[in-house]
Design a binder for this molecule. Structure first.
Ligand code: NDP
Length: 444
């Protein structure tokens, strides 16, 4: 059996009931097979792939907190410190009822390669909890965040592990966690990113993932002879990534006609009104059913359906495995040119294969949404230098990073004879740097 197949088989055996983690490992290892085959004897001897797929450390802890009625609840907290070969662990904290160790491991594993692709010195990690901030009062969210950080603070630090936001963890949650870290450690240091501007946050971090996604998409479209202006774009999600992806789409002269949440989706033929979306989601924390009040000509549909809309570019920006084979078929039928993942692993493996076979340009999340973590690394640089860069300076750096990243993954794909296959390109380009650092540092 080939080395890659053996390691995939071991991962499935040793990590039962973690399908998302299996899916992420399979996708990466399958696509770096060509590199592994060329170095098989050395990689086997050094157990390189086994070291890559086993996190350096997995932390699981109890998070008790008290609700507004005096009832005590207990959630589970996680932090997976996956790989520190190229820098301190870096990756978000997800707060969502679906969180379990397999989800955190899949995200942490992906994060290793994504962080490597940014060209910045950050290792891979991820964390979170099965706590659901939705429907909780601010005080309840604060109680949870303080309890969560009381334990997490033992394992993180500005040069050790620097968590950030993710699903369910926005500016409010980061603020409460930062306050608790500072109280317990006595340190005012850049231990979290996505902070508010008044206490060490970076301008353009809020926008970075969505903007970065569009900078990469624009560069890729340009290299294939298309311009963004006038293109129809469908977006799923209505959180941080989706909102700023829609905003940048419209700034580029394209038109974003959809957005969604976990209950339903909106079709607005005149283009999603970003200010209305921000008011609903960022300020009032409401559901998308409210959107029609702002835009009477729009339509709201319960359930799934964004991918049934004809589009030039599809940007899944909600959650994992939200775009399946049937959706991919509908997109191809409608003449889609490109699919770029704003979320982490939103497109199923089968759907990716179908899109690629159909000649659709497909960019995986570890490349397409890397603008968020890249800007987090810029926030870390500003914190350690006690600096606050202008919006334009951060945004310019973000754009440079995303354009370079696109060419990097494109070149890696070409080098190994997989022209236009950005899954292979991203995995190989991310893998090469990490492996080089792991080899240089010996068996640790
Ligand atoms: P938010 O919490 O701000 O928004 C998430 C959006 O996705 C919401 O609209 C939410 O709807 C929807 N959603 C979440 N879970 C589900 C589900 N199970 N089914 C359907 N819809 C769902 O998160 P972000 O925008 O920050 O993150 C979105 C994705 O992007 C995630 O995969 C995340 O890991 C990834 N990402 C985020 C980065 C960032 O900087 N924020 C960086 C890189 C990747 P509802 O409100 O109903 O829950």
């Amino acid at each position: 059996m080939s080395y890659v197949d053996k390691v995939i088989e071991d991962v499935v055996k040793q990590n039962p009931n973690e399908p998302e983690f299996h899916q992420a490992v399979r996708e990466v290892l399958e696509s770096i097979r060509v590199v592994v085959d060329q170095n098989e004897a050395q990689f086997r001897r050094d157990a390189l792939l086994e070291r890559l797929v086993n996190p350096e450390r997995q932390i699981k802890f109890r998070v008790p907190w008290i609700d507004d009625n005096g009832q005590v609840h207990v959630n589970t907290g996680y932090r997976v410190q996956f790989n520190s070969a190229i820098g301190p662990y870096k990756g978000g904290l997800r707060l969502h009822p679906s969180v379990n160790i397999g989800i955190i491991k899949f995200l942490g594993f992906e994060q290793i390669f994504k962080n490597s692709l940014t060209g910045l010195p950050i290792g891979g990690g991820k964390g979170g909890s099965d706590f659901d901030p939705k429907g909780k009062s601010d005080r309840e969210v604060m109680a949870f965040c303080q309890s969560f950080m009381s334990e997490l603070c033992k394992y993180i630090g500005a040069n050790i592990d620097v968590p950030a936001g993710d699903i369910g963890t926005g500016a409010r949650e980061i603020g409460y966690m930062y306050g608790q870290y500072k109280k317990l450690s006595g340190l005012f240091e850049g231990v979290l990113t996505g902070k508010g501007l008044s206490y060490g946050g970076s301008l353009a971090r809020t926008e970075a993932t969505g903007y970065g996604l569009l900078y990469l998409a624009e560069e890729m479209m340009k290299c294939h002879g298309y311009e963004m202006k006038g293109k129809t774009v469908t977006v799923s999600g209505s959180g941080n990534v989706a909102i700023y992806a829609i905003e940048k789409t419209e700034q580029m002269g394209a038109i974003a006609v959809t957005c969604s949440d976990s209950d339903g989706w909106v079709y607005d033929p005149d283009g999603i009104d970003v200010e209305a979306l921000k008011a609903i989601k960022e300020q009032r924390r409401e559901r998308l059913t409210e959107y029609k009040k702002y835009r009477p000509k729009s339509e709201y549909f319960a359930g799934k359906g964004v991918w049934s809309v004809r589009t030039d570019i599809a940007l899944p920006c909600a959650t994992q495995n939200e775009l399946d084979l049937e959706d991919a078929k509908a997109l191809v039928e409608g003449g889609v040119i490109a699919v770029c993942e704003g979320a982490n692993m939103p497109v199923t493996a089968e759907a990716i294969r179908f899109l690629q076979k159909s000649g659709v340009y497909f960019v995986p999340g570890k490349a397409a949404n890397a603008g968020g973590v890249a800007t987090s690394a810029l926030e870390m640089s500003q914190d350690s230098g006690r600096l606050a860069w202008s919006f334009d300076k951060v945004d310019t750096k973000l754009k440079e990073i995303m354009v370079k990243l696109y060419h990097n993954i494109d070149d890696a794909a070409v080098r190994y004879g997989f022209d236009g296959n950005y899954v292979v390109g991203a995995n190989i380009a991310g893998f090469e740097k990490v492996v080089d650092a792991m080899n240089a540092q010996g068996i640790v």
